[in-house]
Structure formats: C-alpha cells, structure tokens
Design a binder for this molecule. Structure first.
Ligand SMILES: Nc1nc2c(ncn2[C@@H]2O[C@H](COP(=O)(O)OP(=O)(O)OP(=O)(O)O)[C@@H](O)[C@H]2O)c(=O)[nH]1
Ligand SMILES: [Mg+2]
Length: 345
C-alpha cells in the first residue's frame, strides 16, 4: 500500500479507536441496530465501487441515488457529493476504494456540529423535568421507559408522569413500563387535564426528593391549535413550579417514516421549544440516513437513538459510533489489512 493508502486509512483508524474504546455492548447495539441501513448503503456503495472502473459523473450519480434512497435527503446528498467531488479532485483519487474513508469522514463532519453538547441538560441543583412530545406511535412512551431504566441504573431517583390522558390504554402502558423498570408513575383518570397530571407529578417529585421527572404526552397532531394550547399549558405549569424547567423538551421521531419525520419536526418546532430529538426505530429501517438529513436540515440536535424495543436499546447519539457502525465491515477490513502488512514485514 502506498503513502496515499496509509493517509486514507488514518481516518478509519481514528474512527475505529473511538469505536472500540466504548464498551462492547454499546458498539454491538449500534452495529446490530444499523444493520439494515448498512446493507442498503455501504454494501451498495461497495458494489458500485467494484463495478466502476473510474470515478466519473456516472459514478457520482449512482452514489447520489444510493444515498437518497437511504433518506439522507436530496439537499444533504448534494452537499455531501459536492464535498466528495472536491476531495477526489484535490487528492487526485482514481480508485473508488479510497473513497470510503473520505465518505465516512465527511459524514462524521456533517453530523458533528462544532461545540455542540449532545448530552441532556440536567438541573444541577434539584429536580430535572423532561417533556416528551411527538405524534402517535413514534415511541414516546417506550423511550420514557428506556430512559427511566438508564437513569435508574445511574442511581437516580426517577418518577414518571402519565400525561397522555387521551389515548385509551396510554396510562396503563406507562404503568407497565414503570413496573418493569421499577419506578413510580403519577396518574389521574383518563380524560383529565394533562397539565394537572404534570402538576401533581411535580408535587410528588418534590415530596419524595426525585431527581428526574419524565413526562409523557398524547401524540395527536390533527389540530395544531389544540396541540399548541395543550403543550404550552403543560410547559407553563412546569416553568412555574420548577425554575429553569422543562430542562429538555424531547421530540420523538420515528426513523421509519423517513422524510415525514422532518416535516413533523418542523411543525413541532413551531409549537414548542424543542431542545433535542430522539430518533426511534433505526433498527427497523434501511433508511437510517434520515439521521444525517435531520442533523443537517434542522437546527435541533439528535440526542438519543432507539435501536430496538428492549429497555437497553436506547443510546446516546454519537456521530462516530453511528458512522463507525455503518462502516463496521470496512473498519474490520482495514484492521485485517494492517495485520497482513505487519506480518509481511
Ligand atoms: N424496533 C423498535 N421499535 C420501537 C422503538 N421504539 C419504540 N418502538 C415500538 O413502537 C411502538 C410504539 O411505541 P410507543 O412508545 O407506544 O409510541 P408513542 O409515541 O407513545 O405512541 P402514542 O402513545 O400512541 O402516541 C411500540 O410497539 C414500540 O415497541 C425502537 O427503537 N425500535
Ligand atoms: Mg404513548
């Protein structure tokens, strides 16, 4: 391998180091959860590279198609291939294989905004209140259950508020999660005012000295005015009872809905101060490129991703882990190549 090859590999090496530094479990959750997207994107690109003799316009057009099919979003794809074209020209790249690490590097750059903190804002002194919003069926309640589990594992005292008083069975569903995880749930009868439930929950959290209150909400969006009124009433109650709260308003989006998720985000941003996104069901889609579109087209950070239905399949979003999981086979390949080189002396 020439010096150019070594240079190309340096990004993969860094990526791999970051990827393997995290625990085996997290790496596995990401690689397993993204397997459908990996097959649809990276495997197709690999085939394209094998088939193409040179990197020409046709090559870029096919590459664009693959990325768009994975829901990366036309706008973002154009930006990405624009950068790739430039790199190919500047670094005088003729071998498609050398493109993979550059693509990985560009993707990581697109996903990581300078000085952005992807961690959840927590109240340094007292109760942290997190509100979950989003349309029907995106995974709000499940995410609350998973997050309650995470916080509990960290030794935090968690309380849940059954703020979805609208959908039949919603309160019971949250209660089941509460039992499963071992955290209490504050509820009122079905049909009550969600803001009143949240008020009660804050009282209960104060009384019992809870560290974190996670508030569920109903997932309707048929009527924007209603939604706005309902959400702003809940937010007002939290603001009044807990200075600085809500510390996070997390918009839950379903990755399998693709570009639709983007338009939901735009709507919710108008009605609530969304501070972060939880992108669920990434495991269920080959269109996991939506993470990149969301990151690039909205000014809201993706803070968590859902990679399966199990309690432990919610992960903090990390650009390196995401890109690392997409290019997992390559990282492995790069490693093998280095080993062989070492052996050959
Ligand atoms: N595969 C997979 N399924 C998920 C994930 N997150 C949630 N789900 C599933 O998505 C379905 C809907 O989840 P809910 O948590 O009920 O969604 P919701 O937003 O609370 O829905 P409403 O209460 O109707 O507004 C359930 O079957 C969950 O198990 C995920 O990350 N991966
Ligand atoms: Mg729900």
């Amino acid at each position: 391998m020439g010096t150019k090859g070594v240079f190309q590999l340096s990004f993969f090496k860094k990526l791999k180091e970051k990827f393997t530094k995290t625990t085996e479990n997290i790496t596995k959750t990401f690689t397993d959860g993204l397997s459908k997207t990996r097959e649809a994107v990276v495997e197709k690109i690999t085939q394209l590279v094998k088939r193409s003799r040179k990197i020409d316009e046709e090559f870029f057009e096919e590459l664009e198609e693959i990325l768009i099919a994975a829901d990366v979003g036309v706008h973002t794809v154009m930006e990405l291939t624009g950068r790739l074209r430039k790199e190919v020209k500047e670094r005088k790249i003729t071998d498609g294989n050398e493109l993979q690490p550059i693509l990985a590097e560009q993707l990581t750059q697109l996903l990581r905004k300078e000085n952005e903190d992807l961690r959840l804002h927590m109240n340094p002194n007292g109760l942290t209140v997190i509100l979950f919003v989003g349309v029907n069926g995106v995974g709000k309640t499940t995410t609350i259950g998973k997050m309650a589990h995470r916080f509990k594992e960290e030794g935090k005292k968690v309380l849940l508020a059954a703020g979805d008083t609208f959908r039949a069975g919603a309160i019971e569903q949250l209660e089941i999660w509460g039992e499963r995880v071992g955290v209490p749930v504050v509820k009122k009868e079905a049909g009550s005012d969600p803001a009143a439930v949240v008020f009660d929950a804050i009282e209960e959290a104060k009384r019992t000295g809870a560290d974190i209150l996670l508030c569920d909400t109903a997932g309707r969006l048929q009527n924007k005015v209603n939604l706005m009124q309902e959400l702003s009433k809940i937010v007002r109650v939290i603001e009044r009872e807990i200075p600085g709260g809500p510390h996070e308003v997390l918009l839950v989006l379903d990755a399998t809905t693709g570009q639709n998720a983007l338009s939901q985000a735009k709507t919710f941003r108008e009605v609530a101060k969304v501070s972060g996104i939880v992108l669920t069901k990434l495991d269920g889609t080959a269109k996991g490129g939506i993470v990149i579109a969301i990151r690039n087209e909205l000014d809201i950070p993706v803070k968590f991703v859902g990679l399966g239905e199990r309690m432990d399949q919610l992960q903090e979003f990390d650009p390196e882990k995401y890109v690392g999981a997409l290019f997992a086979d390559f990282l492995q390949g790069a490693e093998d190549e280095r080993e062989t080189e070492k052996e050959q002396g």
